[in-house]
Structures are given as structure tokens and as C-alpha cells.
Design a binder for this molecule. Sequence first.
Ligand code: THU
Length: 128
Amino acid sequence: MTGIDWGTLRKVAVDAMHRAYAPYSKFPVGVAGLVEDGRVVSGCNVENASYGLTLCAECGLVSDLIRTGGGRLVAVSCVDRAGEPLTPCGRCRQLLYEHGGPDCQVETAGGHTTVGELLPGAFGPEYL
Ligand code: THU
């Protein structure tokens, strides 16, 4: 995992987590991603009274990525309210696969891994 400043990524993720809108679950989530060009993008979860419309933090991350110029995610750190690593949910693994591919690195509670490890046999743009 050389060349990736995981400490900075985690800090940006924690800052984002503090801006989460999670009045229903009371489970704020923040995420930060390093882009191939060196940018750091971030997101937080945004819930809704119609619970199923909740936007995971990774949705905001992808929006920030595209809004600020796009590119590929090379590393992602997602955290819970304690600032501890949170492994992205299944749907969000798909989002990360789309914008980072299987080699995108992910910080989890169990250590560093990759999107490819978290989502083996993923469906991606190459199948279309
Ligand atoms: N959540 C995320 O933001 N990302 C994940 O990868 C896991 C779950 C949010 C959704 C919901 O607002 C809260 O965590 C509880 O599920």
C-alpha cells in the first residue's frame, strides 16, 4: 500500500462523517477517496424519511468525484461514527468498482484490501 497517505484519507473521511444526515439510523458514515491525479474526494450518508431512498456515503463520494472532474479512484477509506474503518456495503462496492475497478484499494476493519477482493466476479462496463 505504498504511496497512499491513509492517515489523511481517514481524516477527510472523519470530517465528512461529521456532516452526515442520519437522523433515522443515527449511524453517520463518511468516506474519502484518493483519485489518480492526487485529488481527494469525499462523501457522507444522507437519509430520507422514505428510508429506502437513503444515499450511502459512497454515493456522495462518486458525485464529488464526477463533479470535480472525474478520473479513477485508487484508494478509499470509509468510517463509522467512531472514525473506525467501515467495510462498504454491497451496493457501494459496485459503485467503487465502476469508478476504481478491481485494483482500487480499500481500508476495512480487517485491514487493507481491494475492490476486487470485496466484489469478486463483478459485473462492470466491460460486459456491456
Ligand atoms: N451506509 C453508508 O453510508 N455506506 C455503507 O457502505 C454502509 C451503510 C449508511 C446507510 C445508512 O444511512 C446507514 O449507513 C445505516 O445503514
